[in-house]
Design a protein around this ligand. Structure first.
Ligand code: GLN
Ligand code: ZN
Length: 735
C-alpha cells in the first residue's frame, strides 16, 4: 500500500496569495475595467504573478507546488466556469466571467458571500435542474503547462464537487424543494472528465478542496462523490483537502473511498478517529493559513506524529495572510506571513514528526462565564474599585431610556445617516503625506476640521435630524481604532484579498488591549459645536474590531473581545461626558464570526452580545445608543441583534430584503442601497417607508441609507439624501 502513496511530496501548501506582493493584480484589474490597459496587459500581469509564485515557492525549498491557485477574481467563480455553470443571462456578454463577478449593464452579478468564517468572499454559483454541466478545463490545464514551461511539475487545485454544490444556490426559477446538491451525479460526470484530462496531461496529483467537510452534514454526498471519482480508472492520484476545522464527522466517509491522500487542518487538533485513514497519505496542516503567528515547532511536530502525517502543509490556503514580512518591522520575531510560513513548512518537513504534548487551542471557549469576565474586568480597572457611574453594567429597560431620551427633541421618522461621508482623494493623499512626514499634523487636523464643517453644513442644509461628523479622519473603521489602541500593530503592506480586486490590511492584535487616551472625542465635540442638532458619536464595536483583525492566539477570542469592549466602553463614557447625546457603535461583522458548527453558535452569540452590551452599557439612560449592521444575511442572528439592546438599530435591508420585524426598539431599515451610484427618487423611498410602517410603529421608525456613504460622491449623496428627507417629510405629514 505505501508504495502507491509514498510519493506525495514531503512539503506543500494548499494555496497561495494571488493579488501580488504589491497588489499588482488589483491595479491591473482595475486598470482593465477602466479601460486603461488591454486584455494582453492584464494577462501579462497574471502570468508574471504565477511565475513569481512558483519560483519563490521552489526557491524556498517547497517540494509540492500547487497550480490553479491563481484567480482573476475568485476560485469558486473559476470552478463555475470550469464546469460551465454559467447562467444564461451572462452568456451573451462579451466577458461572462467579469459579468458574473461584477454585473454588466442591467445584468445583476452573482451574489457574493463569505468563504466559511474567513474575511474572503466568493461568488455564489447558481445551479438549477437544467444547468448543463460541461468541462471547460482551459484554466487548470493552462496553468499546468505554464508551470511546466518554467520547469515545474504542479498539483492543480480545484474546488471539490461537494463543496461547490453546497456553496451554490438554487438558480432563480428552480422548483421548490430543489437543491444544487441534487445535481451531484451530473457534476461528477464532469469531474471524471476533468480527471481524465489531467491524467492525459501527465499530472500526478490533483487537489480537490472540500472545506465543507468540517461543517455539519455532507457525509453521504462525500462518500458517494469520492467513491465515484476514486473508482474512476484513468486519473491522477487524489488529495482531498479539508480545512477550517476538525473533519472528524466526515472522516469515516472519506476513509472508505480509494482517495490516496487527505489533508487535515491540524490547527484544530487531531481528529479522534484519524486512524481510519490508515493506508492513505495524511498531509498534516500544521502551519496556520489563517493566523500570522510563527508556528511552534514542537507542537507542530507532535500534531504531525499524532495524525500519522507523512507530509507537511499549511492548514488551508495562504490566501488569508499577507505575502511577506519583507519591509515590515512589526513585532520582530513573532510573525510569519505567507513566505515565512512556507519556510516553516519546509523546515518542519525536514525535522519530521515527533511525539509530544499538544497544547490545547486557546481559541476554544468554555468557562468562565460571561458574568465572571465582567467582574474580572471591573476588578482589573485602573484605580481599583470602579466608580458608581462607570461601574454600572446595564442600562435601564428601553421604556425608561426612551422617556429619558425624549428631550433630544426629534421628530417622528427622524432622518439620519450611517456615519461616513464621501472620502475625498485630497484627504487620503493628505494622510499619506502625514505618514511620510511630508505634511505636518496641524495642517492635516485643519483639513479634517474643514471636512467636518462641510459635512455638518450639508446635513443642516438638507434637513437631516441626527447629524454625523462624516468620519473624515478614518482610513478604515477598524484600522483607525487599532492605530489608537495599545495592543495592536499595523503593517505597511500586509494586504489580504477580501474579494476580487479588493484587499484589506488587517491590524494585528498582539497584546492586552488598552485605551490610553480618548480617540474620537475631540472630533465629535468639534462637530457638535457647529450645530444645535444632535451629532452622533461614531464607534466601531468590539466584535467587528476583532473580526477584522488578526488576533492573538494565547487567549480565547471571547476574552480578547471583552478587552476591546472595555476600551470602547471607556470611549462611550468619554463621549457622553463631552456632551454627545447619541452614540452609534457599529457591529457590521456580528454575523461574520458565527462559528461554522451549529452547536458552537449559541455560545458565540452569547459572548458577542455580552461584549457589545459591556461596551455600551456604561452610557446613561438619556444617551441614545445606535448600532448598525450590514453585509449580513441577518436572519440567522436577528435574535442576537435584538439582544444588543441598542435604542436604535440601522440595518442593511435595501439589498437583502431582510424582514425586520418585531424589534421592540428604534429601527432604521435602509431605505436605499448606497452600494450603487443610483439616486433613489422620492416615490421609491416613500414606498419603502410606507412598507416599513406596516411592521414598525411610526414612533420607532428611523429613516436612513443602508450603509455609510464613504464610497459615493458628494453629488450623489446630496441628491439621494435630499430625496430621503423629502420622502420622510411626506410620510410624516400624513401620519
Ligand atoms: N459607520 C461606518 C460608515 O458609515 C459603518 C460602515 C459599515 O457598516 N461597514 O462608514
Ligand atoms: Zn454598513
Amino acid at each position: 500500500m505505501r508504495c502507491v502513496t509514498d510519493d506525495f511530496p514531503a512539503s506543500t501548501v494548499l494555496g497561495y496569495p494571488r493579488v501580488g506582493p504589491d497588489r499588482e493584480l488589483k491595479h491591473a484589474l482595475e486598470g482593465y475595467w477602466d479601460g486603461r490597459i488591454d486584455r494582453a496587459g492584464l494577462d501579462r500581469v497574471g502570468r508574471a504573478l504565477r511565475a513569481d509564485t512558483w519560483h519563490r515557492l521552489a526557491q524556498l525549498g517547497l517540494d509540492g507546488l500547487p497550480s490553479n491557485t491563481f484567480s482573476e477574481y475568485d476560485q469558486v467563480l473559476d470552478t463555475a466556469v470550469l464546469v460551465d455553470a454559467v447562467p444564461d443571462r451572462f452568456r451573451e456578454r462579451s466577458e461572462p466571467y467579469f459579468a458574473m463577478a461584477r454585473g454588466a449593464d442591467g445584468v445583476a452579478p452573482l451574489r457574493m458571500t463569505k468563504w466559511f468564517d474567513t474575511n474572503y468572499h466568493y461568488l455564489v454559483p447558481e445551479i438549477g435542474p437544467r444547468t448543463r454541466f460541461r468541462l471547460v478545463a482551459d484554466k487548470p490545464l493552462g496553468e499546468v503547462r505554464e508551470a511546466r514551461e518554467l520547469g515545474y511539475e504542479t498539483r492543480p487545485v480545484v474546488v471539490g464537487p461537494v463543496t461547490f454544490l453546497r456553496l451554490a444556490q438554487a438558480a432563480p426559477g428552480s422548483p421548490a424543494g430543489f437543491a444544487p446538491i441534487d445535481r451531484l451525479d451530473d457534476l461528477l460526470d464532469v469531474y471524471v472528465r476533468l480527471l481524465t484530462a489531467l491524467a492525459d496531461e501527465g499530472v500526478a496529483w490533483v487537489q480537490l478542496d472540500e472545506p465543507v467537510l468540517v461543517t455539519d452534514g455532507g457525509s453521504p454526498a462525500v462518500r458517494h462523490a469520492y467513491r465515484r471519482l476514486a473508482g474512476h480508472g484513468r486519473r491522477p492520484r487524489l488529495l482531498v483537502a479539508s480545512y477550517f476545522g476538525d473533519i472528524a464527522d466526515a472522516l469515516p466517509a472519506l476513509a472508505v473511498t480509494a482517495v490516496e491522500a487527505v489533508a487535515l487542518d491540524l490547527t484544530h487538533g487531531v481528529p479522534a478517529n484519524v486512524d481510519l485513514l490508515r493506508g492513505k497519505t495524511v498531509v498534516g496542516g500544521v502551519v496556520s493559513g489563517r493566523e500570522v503567528w510563527r508556528t511552534d515547532a514542537d507542537s507542530a511536530r507532535a500534531l504531525l506524529a499524532g495524525a500519522n502525517a507523512t507530509s507537511v502543509s499549511t492548514s488551508c490556503s495562504l490566501l488569508h495572510v499577507p505575502y511577506s514580512l519583507r519591509g515590515e518591522d512589526v513585532l520582530p520575531g513573532r510573525l510569519a506571513f505567507a513566505e515565512e510560513k512556507v519556510a516553516e513548512v519546509v523546515e518542519l518537513a525536514r525535522l519530521g514528526p515527533k511525539p509530544g504534548p499538544v497544547p490545547v487551542a486557546a481559541a476554544v471557549g468554555g468557562s468562565p462565564g460571561v458574568h465572571e469576565l465582567r467582574v474580572e474586568l471591573l476588578n482589573r480597572r485602573e484605580g481599583g474599585v470602579p466608580t458608581e457611574r462607570n461601574g454600572r453594567a446595564e442600562r435601564s429597560p428601553y421604556e425608561v431610556r426612551a422617556l429619558a431620551q425624549r428631550d433630544l427633541g426629534l421628530p417622528v421618522l427622524p432622518v439620519t445617516t450611517i456615519g461616513s461621508f464621501p472620502q475625498t482623494g485630497a484627504l487620503r493623499a493628505a494622510r499619506r503625506e502625514v505618514a511620510a512626514g511630508a505634511r505636518g499634523e496641524a495642517e492635516y487636523e485643519e483639513l479634517v476640521r474643514a471636512e467636518i464643517r462641510r459635512v455638518v453644513e450639508v446635513q443642516e442644509r438638507l434637513g437631516i435630524d441626527v447629524l454625523v461628523h462624516g468620519e473624515p479622519e478614518r482610513n478604515d473603521m477598524v484600522q483607525y481604532f487599532a492605530e489608537h489602541l495599545d495592543g495592536f500593530a499595523v503593517t505597511r503592506n500586509g494586504w489580504v484579498q477580501s474579494y476580487g480586486s479588493r484587499c484589506t490590511r488587517p491590524p494585528i492584535l498582539h497584546g492586552d488591549v488598552r485605551r490610553s487616551a480618548p480617540i474620537t472625542v475631540r472630533w465629535a465635540r468639534y462637530a457638535q459645536s457647529l450645530t444645535d442638532k444632535p451629532v452622533k458619536g461614531m464607534l466601531t464595536g468590539p466584535v467587528t474590531i476583532v473580526a477584522w483583525s488578526f488576533v492573538r492566539d494565547d487567549l480565547p477570542l471571547r476574552d480578547v473581545t471583552m478587552q476591546v469592549a472595555e476600551a470602547v466602553r471607556a470611549e462611550v463614557q468619554d463621549l457622553e461626558a463631552a456632551g454627545i447625546r447619541v452614540i452609534q457603535v457599529d457591529e457590521p461583522a456580528l454575523r461574520e464570526l458565527l462559528p461554522l458548527r451549529r452547536e458552537e453558535q449559541a455560545g458565540y452569540l452569547e459572548w458577542a452580545v455580552a461584549a457589545y452590551r459591556w461596551a455600551t452599557g456604561g452610557a446613561g439612560d438619556a444617551t441614545q445608543i445606535h448600532t448598525h449592521l450590514c453585509y449580513s444575511n441577518a436572519d440567522e442572528v436577528l435574535a442576537a441583534i435584538d439582544a444588543l439592546d441598542a435604542d436604535v438599530t440601522s440595518i442593511e435591508s435595501a439589498r437583502s430584503g431582510t424582514a425586520v420585524q418585531g424589534f421592540g426598539r428604534g429601527l432604521g431599515p435602509g431605505v436605499y442601497d448606497i452600494h450603487s451610484p443610483r439616486i433613489p427618487d422620492v416615490a421609491e423611498v416613500t414606498a419603502r417607508l410606507r412598507n416599513a410602517l406596516r411592521h414598525v410603529p411610526a414612533e420607532r421608525l428611523w429613516v436612513n441609507p443602508d450603509c455609510g456613504l464613504k464610497t459615493r460622491t458628494y453629488e450623489q449623496v446630496e441628491a439621494a439624501l435630499a430625496n430621503v428627507v423629502a420622502a420622510a417629510r411626506k410620510v410624516r405629514s400624513v401620519l
